[in-house]
Write a protein that binds this ligand. Structure first.
Ligand SMILES: Nc1ncnc2c1ncn2[C@@H]1O[C@H](COP(=O)(O)OP(=O)(O)OP(=O)(O)O)[C@@H](O)[C@H]1O
Length: 228
């Protein structure tokens, strides 16, 4: 069983540039993996195909048994509920509390406020921010803000969490902490795919690593290979 399958996927932008070329890989339920490569290698493009900000030019992206090519119109929003997204700049609302930011996806889905509060509390505890629920994002450190971004992405219990350079603005120690937090999430059955250009940092996590080079998948390194 797979959560995600890329089957010979290519993406050519309207500029004519081919950002991904014949990329194939599978992600298992509860698996954590990284995608790495130099700037321009195609990492962001790969993630955009998963949350339907872009569409492949050739090949298929399968999410469970759903071919994402067939997901159109109102079904796009439903699909996005199953994919949590963490951004480098975390995109928090500056004038809303931490708890409100994290609860927003559930509010938009029409959940009751009492249920939202309960789930927000639980998820803030998981990212060790239970004590900062009423703070504004601007009152938090960069690492804490990123943890709020992660909490918001997992509060809806997505099947897959994707993150694009989530440590881009953090120092090495905080980066390692944030990646360790991602690595702890699959315990709940959520698969996690993190894009990072920092191969040295990624290798230290001892998880599977996909390596992109100029749009091609040139390596798929297993945790066992990294342990050697
Ligand atoms: N909307 C677009 N239109 C045209 N070309 C694009 C578009 N988005 C990305 N590209 C090009 O596709 C290639 C891959 O870009 P992508 O953003 O996927 O790479 P990346 O590995 O995430 O790089 P970075 O680490 O710098 O974000 C680059 O050459 C980029 O210039």
């Amino acid at each position: 069983m797979t959560v995600l399958r890329f089957d010979n996927v290519s993406k050519r932008y309207s500029s004519g540039h081919e950002a991904l070329s014949e990329v194939s890989f599978d992600v298992a339920p509860g698996e954590m993996l990284f995608v790495t490569g130099h700037s321009g290698a195609g990492k962001s493009t790969l993630l955009k195909l998963i949350h339907l900000s872009e569409r492949p030019s050739r090949g298929a992206v399968l999410f469970g048994d759903k071919n994402l090519l067939k997901v159109r119109g109102r079904r796009v929003a439903l699909h996005r509920r199953e994919v949590g997204v963490v951004y480098q700049d975390h995109r928090l609302l500056a004038d809303r509390s931490v708890a409100d930011n994290v609860g927003l996806p559930l509010l938009l889905r029409g959940l009751r406020r009492g249920d939202i509060a309960k789930r927000v509390r639980a998820v803030l505890d998981r990212v060790s921010l239970g004590a900062r629920a009423n703070a504004l994002p601007g009152q938090l450190s960069a690492g804490e803000q990123q943890r709020v971004g992660i909490a918001r992405a997992i509060v809806g219990e997505p099947r897959l969490l994707v993150a694009d350079e989530p440590t881009g603005n953090l120092d090495p120690t905080l980066s390692a902490e944030i990646l360790a937090l991602f690595a702890s999430l699959p315990e709940r059955g959520t698969s996690v795919l993190v894009a990072s250009h920092d191969l040295a940092l990624v290798k230290r996590m001892r998880k599977r690593v996909l390596v992109l080079n100029q749009g091609r998948l040139v390596d798929d390194i297993s945790p066992e290979d990294l342990a050697e």
